[in-house]
Design a protein around this ligand. Sequence first.
Ligand SMILES: Nc1ncnc2c1ncn2[C@@H]1O[C@H](COP(=O)(O)OP(=O)(O)OP(=O)(O)O)[C@@H](O)[C@H]1O
Ligand SMILES: [Mg+2]
Length: 222
Amino acid sequence: MFKVENVSLLYDLDKEDKTHALTHINLEIKEGQFYGILGPSGSGKSSLLYLLSGIQKPTSGKVYYKGAVLSEMEEEALAAIRLKEFGFVFQKHFLIPYMDVLHNTLVPLNSKKPDDVEKAKNLLERLGLERELKKKPYELSGGQCQRVAVARALINEPKVLFADEITASLDHKAASSVMELLEEIKAQTTILFVTHDETKIAMADEMIYLREGQLGGDKDED
Ligand SMILES: Nc1ncnc2c1ncn2[C@@H]1O[C@H](COP(=O)(O)OP(=O)(O)OP(=O)(O)O)[C@@H](O)[C@H]1O
Ligand SMILES: [Mg+2]
């Protein structure tokens, strides 16, 4: 589904001291698999998700999605893929501050159809947020915001879910409700799940270990 070909990503290109976030990565992501992505802080996990989702363009090398090079696509075509096929839960939640929980969840659908509203409510209920529907992000805890971001990412039934530390600020019960939802969509969704917590990835089909921007290294060193 994705192919990463000799990709490097450097930040601060205009500065003397550049940051090598990822170096010469080669990787294949197969459709319908659950990938656990592990590695120390700063090893390039979030950067890898940005590259795969087309949010960042590689400094060198190519990222293919279904045979097409993401960085060579027209901005509009890429935006359409992101909206229809990708769901992204960032490490920071990026909810829209003036919208309530229900409407934040509906953002990707841009819809107020009764069916969609029901679907959003159902997802939010599954995530334990049924009493929060009318609250704005500033009235929520960090973990509640995180769960709204999960609902927003899933409302589209994405083909690919990019999940960056989505359970990090959740207690056991809330984290379990998130993992249960992922278990349910696993068969029809390719999931890229970044975490520091290996117990969360018991259901992973494959593991990707990053260390200082390179693949490899094993869990014992993490
Ligand atoms: N916008 C940016 N500008 C400059 N450097 C950046 C930027 N974003 C990330 N970096 C650097 O790139 C490297 C990889 O960062 P990345 O966020 O991908 O790590 P990570 O594995 O997700 O870390 P964490 O577990 O802390 O989230 C780090 O050295 C980081 O400082
Ligand atoms: Mg990160």
